[in-house]
Design a protein around this ligand. Structure first.
Ligand SMILES: Nc1ncnc2c1ncn2[C@@H]1O[C@H](COP(=O)(O)OP(=O)(O)OP(=O)(O)O)[C@@H](O)[C@H]1O
Ligand SMILES: [Mg+2]
Length: 241
């Protein structure tokens, strides 16, 4: 089966600094793949490249067989991207925001209405969708933004720290939504520095540090291989001098 994402020998240089130093990984169709690692590991840089926001310095990236450099427009038609620090238009209601975003992707009024209704359900915000976004808590805004990112049913959703800054209940809800969508066939590339979270969320994990992937496998396999109780211990063992 065609992979959702294939990254080969990817490098990214910011001026003289190499933030991503030759990484390889692939995300299967319907898979939840997580990049984890400490601050500055290169996770967001990798996600931005996959989302066609940044151009790579070297290497290749393809999404469902489409090369990112050759066919960026086609790739944009089948992915969605939730940035690390996304905001929403504060004076719109949540529902108006979903409608506005749906209209950027779709033309027919019926298609837009269906998309908004799907997004509204996914957001779990209920009646609060008719309040202005400026009255939302951080968790409510993040749930709205996640709904926006997946309501168009992208084949690959790229989510940069989807649960960052959220309390346990909201984080659990977002993880549940992501898992349910993956069961329906959506593929996910997510980032997190919460190694415990990705054990629950993802099918496979790549542990990144200093622009490199130190290990990549299912969380259970990594724990067995390194005789560790959790991914944090795996990370400590991999980085111990
Ligand atoms: N626009 C930029 N210009 C120069 N350096 C950058 C730029 N963006 C990121 N970097 C550097 O590249 C490295 C990787 O950054 P990146 O944002 O990809 O890390 P990250 O793994 O997402 O970290 P975090 O967990 O803090 O979000 C860091 O050292 C960062 O300072
Ligand atoms: Mg980041």
């Amino acid at each position: 089966m065609l992979s959702a994402l294939v990254v080969l020998g990817l490098t990214k240089r910011y001026g003289g600094f190499e933030a991503v130093r030759g990484i390889d990984f692939s995300v299967g169709a319907g898979e939840i793949f997580a990049l984890v690692g400490p601050n500055g590991a290169g996770k967001s840089t990798t996600l931005k490249i996959a989302a066609t926001i940044l151009t790579p310095t070297g290497g290749s990236v393809s999404v469902f067989g489409l090369d990112l450099r050759r066919s960026p427009e086609q790739v944009r038609g089948i992915i969605s991207y939730l940035p690390e620090e996304a905001g929403a238009y504060r004076n719109l209601t949540g529902r108006a925001y979903l409608r506005f975003m749906a209209a950027l992707f779709l033309e027919s009024p019926a298609g837009i209405a269906e998309c908004v209704s799907y997004g509204a359900g996914l957001s779990g915000l209920g009646a609060r969708l008719d309040d202005r976004i400026k009255t939302y808590s951080k968790g409510m805004t993040r749930k709205l933004l996640l709904a926006r990112a997946v309501m168009t049913r992208p084949k690959l959703a790229i989510l940069d720290e989807p649960t960052s800054g959220l309390d346990v209940a909201n984080a659990v809800e977002i993880r549940r939504t992501i898992r349910a969508l993956a069961r329906e066939g959506m593929s996910f590339l997510v980032s997190s520095h919460n190694m415990l979270e990705v054990e629950f969320l993802s099918d496979r994990v790549a542990i990144m540090s200093g622009g490199r992937i130190l290990a990549c496998a299912a969380a259970g396999e990594l724990k067995r291989e390194h005789a560790a109780g959790n991914l944090e211990e795996v990370f400590m063992r991999l980085t111990r001098p």
